[in-house]
Design a binder for this molecule. Sequence first.
Ligand SMILES: Nc1ncnc2c1ncn2[C@@H]1O[C@H](COP(=O)(O)OP(=O)(O)OP(=O)(O)O)[C@@H](O)[C@H]1O
Length: 475
Amino acid sequence: MSGNMGITFRVMINSISDGIYICNSQGYCIAHNDAFLRITGIPIDVVGRHVKTLIDDNLISDSATLEVIRSGQRVSKVISYPSGCEALVTGNPSFDEEGNLINVVCEVRDLSELSTLKDELKYSNQLNKQYREILKNYDPTSVNSSQKITTRDPKMRSILDELPRIGDSDATVLIHGESGVGKGLIASLLHEHSNRSIKGKFIKVDCSAIPSSLIESELFGYEGGAFTGARREGKAGLLDKANHGTAFLDEIGELPLFLQVKLLSVLQDHKILRVGGNTPLSMDIRFVCATNRDLEKMVDEGTFRKDLFYRLNVIPVVIPPLRERKEDIFMLTLSFLDKFCQKYHRSLSFVPEAMDSLYEYSWPGNVRELENVVERLVVLSQTGLIEKADLPEKIRRANQAVVLPEIDLIRRKERKIIPLKAAVAATERQSIERALQQNINLGSAAQALSIDISTLLRKCKKLGITRAAASAEMR
Ligand SMILES: Nc1ncnc2c1ncn2[C@@H]1O[C@H](COP(=O)(O)OP(=O)(O)OP(=O)(O)O)[C@@H](O)[C@H]1O
């Protein structure tokens, strides 16, 4: 610090991170702290100099001090300095007991630092609030509170609307859809919607996960001594466990041909025959099957039985891939974020650029992939914000542009959903460029936009808008 002040005062004033600049009642600088020099980059000793000479020497663009001396009131101004920084300078008058001005103390706040921090904090608070509100008001279709399905997609909603009716019937359902779209979830909801959930269980069998040599005995069970290594007392199969309930046969396209015949007879006769057994056992099972393969093509190729296909496909349910219901990406992301934040006791939000990238990505692994990505981000995140840089590279590459040009915005409008941040940025850019082009100075441009100059400067900096670029843009 410079100036003729006591040591305690010097230590105190230098512990402040904002710049402090003190003038006497005539406008001569009597002291300043170290932060003042760091922020302003003024290369000369200003103590003893009149502020007017600093303006004349182009060291400051304006003076709050002169305005305070003139008006006797607290004054704030945005002032540019040789460091290239723009600062919000607030001049505070101090008076003696008779009300005479003694000196003017100016606080110099680096707007770029301040606005970045403020923006981040404000934005993160806004997002958190917004997310919580959406989740609070959103009514996910929930069944018995154990399973929740999140969707806004019209096709998905019509499937959900049909679920109670399909659940009530005992007809066989074949769910078609890519891996990870939620076929298992829909199947379990069907069970929960039926009165089978009261008297029986939901048993899932992944036909692709059980080796073909074991699948028959796993499904149908076996009698004692049916084969080498079999238990002496025999064993009930998974279908036994589904008695009075629902058997969900996932990846049904992987079922070997010989078992397709056996399954067909179960569907027709409602009886199962254990491996090595002679007496068929009556079973009351509702079958829901799922596949990510084109079963009709497999029928044509002779790898899937036609009669079984028609027997299974009584009620077909087709679940669209996530890339065809982009509206769901936002909702699902927030829903998974909430779930994993609760699980891992974290509090996190996505910055808009990260959300844009999630939106743009094609999600070949569908909802499961999204769920896994969000869980990983929640576990690995070290700050309260998930940024674009935190996303896996393949997702980051899906969206390089942060601020979308208007043309892209229109193209996106046609696809109905525009990420909120991109829409706001494009609209802000357009209004600011127009205001800068149509107004002679920053003050009137800010007035036209109904914001103050510091906000205008901050937004210009953030969006990379200069007056020259704005004028060129509008021509
Ligand atoms: N709409 C949704 N809302 C909430 N969670 C969902 C939704 N769809 C899928 N999920 C979740 O995504 C994950 C994958 O879903 P699911 O296992 O049902 O997919 P799948 O189509 O059966 O996959 P696969 O074909 O590989 O067996 C699960 O954790 C599931 O809970």
